[in-house]
Design a protein around this ligand. Structure first.
Ligand code: INI
Length: 187
């Protein structure tokens, strides 16, 4: 059995962040959290680009453009949807989440989902300003981990192993791709 895990090594990665201006006092905190998390993962400052969108509903289309550009290993989507008086909240939440998931599935580029869906502004503040709970940071770390996991699962890995004379089904002695090594492999 092989077991794969993505590491949090962001050193070789390029990451795009799409961030919503709606509820900007909150999304600024998410952006700070995402940037701090990417820096902790070792992503180089000049390997991080930021695209500003009007509201959460614009995140999927812009996230898709970033993913399809071929310039990024991962994208992070940041926004804050806070329940108002109308049903609008429900549609914005559902479509944003569905759209961002669809982008990841369609493009194969992981999308870290850092869109808050809260009942109150106080809840949103808590999740955007407290470092330990910052959803922007959580989304950024998830994007790095998933990008590395996907890199370790690429078919070229199996081909490279076979070319090197490795028996199919046996773990390589050294990881050939950045990111996760099969459990038990030498590092
Ligand atoms: N956009 C948000 O990012 N958060 C919200 O809470 C929100 N609410 O409540 O309406 C919101 N609406 C705007 C929406 O995302 C689009 O920008 C707009 O509908 C134009 O397409």
């Amino acid at each position: 059995m092989r077991e794969y895990r993505g590491t949090l090594d962001g050193q070789p990665l390029r990451v795009a962040i799409a961030v919503s201006r709606y509820n900007e006092t909150i999304t600024r905190g998410l952006l700070d959290g995402a940037r701090a998390a990417l820096a902790e993962c070792g992503v180089q400052p000049d390997a991080i680009d930021v695209a500003h969108v009007p509201g959460a509903l614009e995140l999927p289309v812009v996230t898709r453009a970033l993913a399809l550009s071929g310039r990024y290993d991962a994208v992070v989507a940041l926004g804050a949807v806070i329940r108002g008086e109308t049903d609008h909240y429900t549609y914005v939440c559902a479509e944003t989440a569905r759209g961002c998931s669809q982008v990841a599935l369609e493009t194969g580029v992981p999308v870290g989902f850092g869109v808050l869906t809260c009942e109150t502004l106080a809840q949103a503040r808590d999740r955007a300003s407290t470092p330990a709970k910052n959803k922007g940071g959580e989304a950024a770390r998830s994007a790095v981990e998933t990008a590395n996991l996907l890199a370790s699962l690429r078919p070229s890995r199996a081909g490279a192993g076979r070319k090197a004379g490795r028996q199919p089904g046996r773990a390589p002695t050294r990881p050939t791709v950045r990111g996760a090594a099969p459990r038990g492999a030498a590092r």
